[in-house]
Design a protein around this ligand. Structure first.
Ligand SMILES: O=C(CO)[C@@H](O)[C@H](O)COP(=O)(O)O
Ligand SMILES: [Co+2]
Length: 227
């Protein structure tokens, strides 16, 4: 196992989404991260079910769907049906996280939980063993291209400890403001999957950015293994 790279199509060219997905797949990305925003849980509206279904038809890579929506219980089955390989819901968006996580798995996708920068990590302690993915938000959700919140390194280390302590095999996805300059430290602190939107799609050389994320991430992975 090694670091995985998940470009976020939030910063892709929406008029040529299929091309952008194929381009990052050819460049060696591992997952396609799809940010679904409803204008209520977050102050932005992005894409929804028809786009996920269309991407699922053409994507050579698994779709990692990040739901930033209220009442996610109304929609998780539909996103799995649309072709999501993993579906993550926000811990802040539901009162019935255990039921929802198991519903996602029962529907046939890998369940994940995303957590905002100000939410105590301990909220995850009792659900962690049931998760495949924890998305640690390193910006406030809602927009691509924001600056990584520095305090996230400490949260990453504490989340890694929490997963070890609770016997959880979940991977940690680091989401927001990740770029090649931060990738090594982010992985060394506990990240397994690097989401990158602007750092991939808002550069003139997306393939080079993916390679740089992987090289730096691998260094962090090795440093973590040595500890
Ligand atoms: O979920 C989100 C934002 O809410 C992210 O997935 C962003 O889309 C990542 O974009 P960058 O910060 O890497 O530009
Ligand atoms: Co996201």
């Amino acid at each position: 196992m090694s670091v995985r790279i998940a470009p976020s199509v939030l910063s892709a060219d929406f008029s040529a989404l299929g091309n952008d997905v194929r381009m990052v797949a050819d460049a060696g990305a591992d997952w396609i991260h799809v940010d679904v925003m409803d204008g209520r849980f977050v102050p932005n509206i992005s894409i929804g079910l028809p786009v996920v279904a269309a991407l699922a038809r053409i994507s050579p890579l698994p779709l990692d769907v990040h739901l930033m929506i209220v009442e996610p219980e109304k929609y998780v089955d539909a996103f799995v049906e649309a072709g999501a390989a993993s579906v993550s819901v926000h811990v802040e968006a539901t009162d019935h996280l255990h039921r929802l996580v198991h519903r996602i798995r029962h529907a046939g996708a890998r369940p994940g939980v995303a957590i905002n920068p100000a939410t105590p990590l301990d909220t995850l302690a009792d659900i962690a063993p049931d998760l495949d993915i924890v998305i640690l938000m390193t910006v406030n959700p809602g927009f691509g291209g924001q600056t990584f919140i520095e305090r996230s390194y400490d949260r990453l280390r504490r989340l890694r400890d929490l997963l070890d302590r609770t016997g959880s095999a979940a991977t940690i996805t680091v989401d927001g403001g990740v770029d090649p300059a931060r990738a090594e430290a982010v992985v060394e602190a506990g990240g397994d999957v690097l989401v990158a939107g602007a750092a991939v799609f808002a550069t003139p050389d997306p393939a080079g950015a993916i390679a740089a994320l992987r090289t730096a991430g691998q260094r962090g992975w090795q440093a973590r293994a040595r500890r």
